[in-house]
Design a protein around this ligand. Structure first.
Ligand code: GAR
Length: 225
């Protein structure tokens, strides 16, 4: 196996606010995470996260999905844009487009996503409202390898967030987001250190052992390493 170049080249895809992007930028700046953010790409020209990327001096690209006739054409343009930066890892950080099978296959084992629920619970949208409606006592966030199943790839890391009796979707979302900002730099650092991988049978491994379930961090606990 050819060793990945150091620090690991990554491309980050966003669609909006970019607070997870910021947590990754901050972790790199604080030397908690050794990656080279080669570019930040948004499918929305007005994404606030683009400004965060510019302020951090990062290369910024927009591939506007509204300018393409279909998903296939958009994904091809996105892939072409990403490939200019030769990433070893593609990081979906609030990237709100469903990707085609061909695109996902191209980045198999090299693409992570963050999702605001304890997957497999609540894939898709409005996760906080749905967790409250379902009466969950625990909610949270997940990091997973991206596969063709939307929000369905192997989950590698989760943070649990207890639901409070007076929570609204907004208050719950804010506490989950805090945990997201802890989780993503940690999972990316595992990948960059080649501790976290997707094996040929599609199972996630950490330190060479198959993950039968995600590593779980509770809200109070220290970050595991
Ligand atoms: C985050 O909560 C992320 O988990 C979610 O979008 C938000 C983006 O926030 N992603 C998904 O729902 C993907 N299915 P951010 O732009 O501030 O990072």
């Amino acid at each position: 196996m050819i060793a990945a170049p150091s620090p690991l080249p990554v491309v980050i895809l966003i669609s909006g606010r970019g607070s997870n992007l910021q947590s990754i930028i901050d972790a790199v700046a604080q030397q908690r995470l050794a990656v080279d953010i080669r570019a930040v790409i948004s499918n929305r020209p007005a994404a606030a996260g683009l400004q965060r990327a510019r302020e951090a001096g990062l290369a910024v690209e927009v591939v506007d999905h509204t300018q393409f006739p279909d998903r296939q054409a958009f994904d091809q343009a996105l892939l072409t844009c990403i490939e200019r930066f030769q990433p070893a890892l593609v990081v979906l950080a609030g990237f709100m487009r469903i990707l085609t099978a061909g695109f996902v296959h191209h980045y198999q084992g090299r693409m992570l996503n963050i999702h605001p629920s304890l997957l497999p619970a609540f894939p898709g949208m409005n996760t906080h409202r749905r967790a409250l409606q379902a009466g969950c006592s625990q909610h949270g966030a997940s990091i997973h390898f991206v596969t063709e199943a939307v929000d369905g790839g192997p989950v590698v890391l989760q943070a649990q967030v207890p639901v409070q009796p007076d929570d609204t979707a907004t208050t719950l979302a804010a506490r989950v987001l805090e945990q997201e900002h802890r989780l993503y730099p940690l999972a990316i650092s595992w990948f960059a250190e080649q501790r976290l991988q997707l094996d040929s049978s599609g199972q996630a491994t950490l330190d060479g052992k198959v993950l039968t379930g995600p590593v779980i961090v509770s809200q109070e606990s220290e970050t595991p390493c």
